[in-house]
Design a protein around this ligand. Structure first.
Ligand code: MN
Length: 195
């Protein structure tokens, strides 16, 4: 068992939750990503990227930004086992993250850039998400867990506004960078408790 998953395991009782606890699997061709809709105490989306045999994970309260230039708070949380990428189900009340988990999107990704500060640029190939996103360790409100996920403009893509993106939630529309810092300040501590 990977040491990377010790925090994940510490928070969960394998006798009481149907969530997977992981193991190992053979070499994958392309690394996978998954976005899970997690209707916990506070609804959020969990964005996960396969990295070094585990799923690096971020809780994204407002969902993955869909419009180029848009950015949302992404709270970096503990690594999850690769098997979590196919998990859907009900985490029973009284357990960490109690509530319903559904897969919102999944697929593979290409790592386009990895910065020295840990920032990542990825091209996602999902059923809903297709394009380039960056994860930036922005340390919002001085908390190193508070990253940003932002939708990048594609090179050679049509001008903004020409493509129609399907919203994740009606409430996602109209959120943007100017509201980001306020969101980070007000929601970061609560978000942590809902992953
Ligand atoms: Mn979660």
């Amino acid at each position: 068992m990977s040491k990377k998953l010790s925090e994940y395991e510490r928070k969960r009782n394998r006798k009481q939750t149907p969530e997977p606890f992981g193991g190992n699997r053979g070499k994958a061709k392309a690394p996978v990503f998954v976005v899970q809709r997690h209707d916990a105490r506070r609804l959020h989306y969990d964005f996960r990227l396969e990295r070094d045999g585990v799923l690096a994970s971020w809780a994204v309260p407002k969902g993955v930004p869909l419009e180029p230039g848009q950015q949302h708070l992404a709270v970096h949380v503990e690594d999850h086992p690769l098997e979590y990428g196919s998990f859907e189900g009900e985490i029973p009340q009284g357990n960490y993250g109690a509530g319903t988990v559904e897969i919102w999107d999944r697929g593979t990704y290409e790592l386009l850039e990895e910065k020295r500060d840990g920032g990542l640029t990825v091209r996602l190939h999902g059923e809903r998400l297709e394009g380039t996103w960056a994860l930036v360790p922005a340390h919002l409100s001085g908390d190193e867990k508070n990253w940003l996920i932002l939708r990048k403009r594609e090179e050679g893509a049509p001008a903004p506004g020409r493509r129609v993106y399907r919203p994740m939630l009606a409430t996602l529309m109209g959120t943007g960078p100017s509201r980001m810092c306020a969101a980070a300040k007000s929601s970061s501590s609560r978000v942590e408790a809902t992953t």
